[in-house]
Design a protein around this ligand. Sequence first.
Ligand code: MG
Length: 401
Amino acid sequence: MTDAGGRRLVLLGSTGSIGTQTLEVLTRYPGLARVHGLAAGGSRPALVAEQVLAHRPEQLVISDPDRAEDVERAVTAACAAEGIAAPAFSDGAAEVERLAGSLGPGDAVLNAITGSVGLKPTLAALASGARLALANKESLVVGGALVTGAAAPGQILPVDSEHTAIAQALAGVRPDQVDHLVVTASGGPFRGRTRAELVDVTPEQALAHPTWAMGPVITTNSATLVNKALEVIEACFLFDLPEDRVRVVVHPQSIVHSMATLVDGSTIAQASPPDMRHAIGWALAHPEKLPGLARPLDFTTAQSWTFEPVDEVTFGAIRLARAAHRAGEGAMAVLNAANEEAVDAFLAGRLSFLGITELLAAVLEDPCRPRATLAGGVPALLEAEAWARTAAHAIIGSREG
Ligand code: MG
């Protein structure tokens, strides 16, 4: 894989944790793809300018129109200083969606947007026929069958260490040979704590993740185990299994990234030191393997890998996600949107740590929750989300008062 062979890549969410690591992988393996377009939120103009100089995309989209001018100024100045042409520039969510759908078969889109705003770009990428390296798990959590139904077999390659692991474990395995999946969880920073010990958790404590360096939303979701809850749903859709065949086990070392247990009693695990560049490189190169992509495990020193059951009473999010998956009809869109609002409120000091999961339960159990059918498509899901955000705000406001 030394020649990009004309393969183009659109990277959505280029300045986030996955986005910057994706560009690192491309710098090391220039033969993987040529960067055709970048999309970023716009909060880091200097980093965008640096990325443009290093990767020379033809297109640049800033999703937040209020930040677009600052970014355009930084990029234009940087390109002028280097004497190179600036990329075509545009802004807004609709432009992100257009960029996501602008390539075709043989090309790739890596969607590393955070949150359910990643859904429409995911659908646009799938419609274009490009490979979709999917780090935006909310696309599957919110879109569910709408997304899997729009994908050709093998078109979605998950960029989420657990699902990348399962996809590798299932290589050469037929669906009818799978008994269940085992998703591993680091347990987050509060593993082993009781409910009472979580009452006074601060955002600073929640943001100190033991094994993975990630953005603030996903790090908070790791502390509440909402991230694991969303990953159970993600696995259900990616591998077409009901929720009771996707189990969770706590594995604090984050070495075994997930497993598949087959009908003959064999469990196949994928193991490597925690490094998201492994998942990114796997998804972009598949079925090729990139030599030296990540540091391998070293068995010349003693080590132990431990596994323990997950405490679903203290960390109720997984139970809620299972119930939402069984309920269907937009319940997962509601769960995710309510969580996005709850995390914002928690990080702003307006909601307690335990309040996040309590809020999710209350919103899901609200008898007024709208039901989104598959036939209702994206608009019905967005309506369910909007309802959930309003309901979440009402609960946050009432708790503050
Ligand atoms: Mg993950």
